[in-house]
Write a protein that binds this ligand. Structure first.
Ligand code: DC
Length: 219
């Protein structure tokens, strides 16, 4: 059984998907971290982000690996651990740009399908239910109000020592949502057979329980 969890930035996908995977003893795959790794490499190598060919070549000629260390997913670019470095607001914006390129998405799709080949994965992203794993047995579309998503992001960033405020984050999230939903290739949208779960006002455990119930019904 494979589980696809899609939704906009800050809906709680990674926290929830990780917990669901833990409860079911499935492998958790955070596909957003792969776009982030590429965005990090674009910044790190001074590749012009508006040059699709150059960005796509960068992905083609280097490696992204996801590893599990003490039940935490680590992200490696050519073997270098960049797990922490990919969580900055700058990388977030760049990730959304590189994710809009068809040539990048085609390569990511191949990598991600290979990761899910053995089954029993919980994969989260934007296009998992619609493109990457269209045959996933369970598809969830996780969402929450922009205000609540910005509040969650603010807490995370402040805890890591970043300086920002709620209005800035709301604007950034709205901008990313717009770019993710309006891009031509594999835009963010709910698959027809996905179950919508609105997490506004729900605790993480409530959301996890709801998804496990849905898995029981569909699995
Ligand atoms: O989930 P995240 O914030 O880590 O994702 C970073 C960016 O990558 C986000 O702007 C959208 C993009 N993304 C995507 O287009 N498709 C995916 N399957 C996962 C992420």
């Amino acid at each position: 059984m494979n589980i696809a969890i899609d939704g906009p930035a800050g809906a709680g996908k990674s926290t929830v998907a990780q917990k669901v995977a833990g409860r079911l003893e499935f492998v958790y795959i955070d596909t957003g971290s792969m776009y982030r790794a590429l965005a990090w490499a674009v910044l790190h190598n001074g590749v012009p982000v508006d040059d699709e060919q150059a960005v796509s070549d960068l992905l083609q000629n280097n490696t992204i690996e996801l590893q599990r260390v003490n039940s935490v997913q680590r992200v490696l670019w050519n073997g270098r651990d960049i797990t922490e470095e990919i969580r900055t607001p700058e990388v977030s914006q760049y990730a959304s740009i590189v994710a809009s390129y068809g040539s990048v998405r085609r390569q990511m799709l191949v990598l991600q399908r290979k990761m899910a080949e053995q089954g029993n994965v919980v994969m989260d992203g934007r296009d998992i239910g619609t493109h990457v794993l269209p045959d996933a047995e369970v598809k969830i579309f996780l969402t929450a109000s922009i205000r609540e998503r910005a509040e969650r992001r603010l807490k995370e960033l402040l805890a890591k020592g970043h300086v920002t405020d709620l209005e800035t984050l709301e604007a950034e999230i709205a901008e990313r949502d717009k770019r993710d939903m309006e891009r031509d290739v594999a835009p963010l949208r709910q698959a027809e057979d996905a179950v919508l779960v609105d997490t506004t006002g729900l605790s993480i455990d409530q959301v996890v329980d709801r998804i496990l119930q849905i898995c029981e019904l569909n699995g």
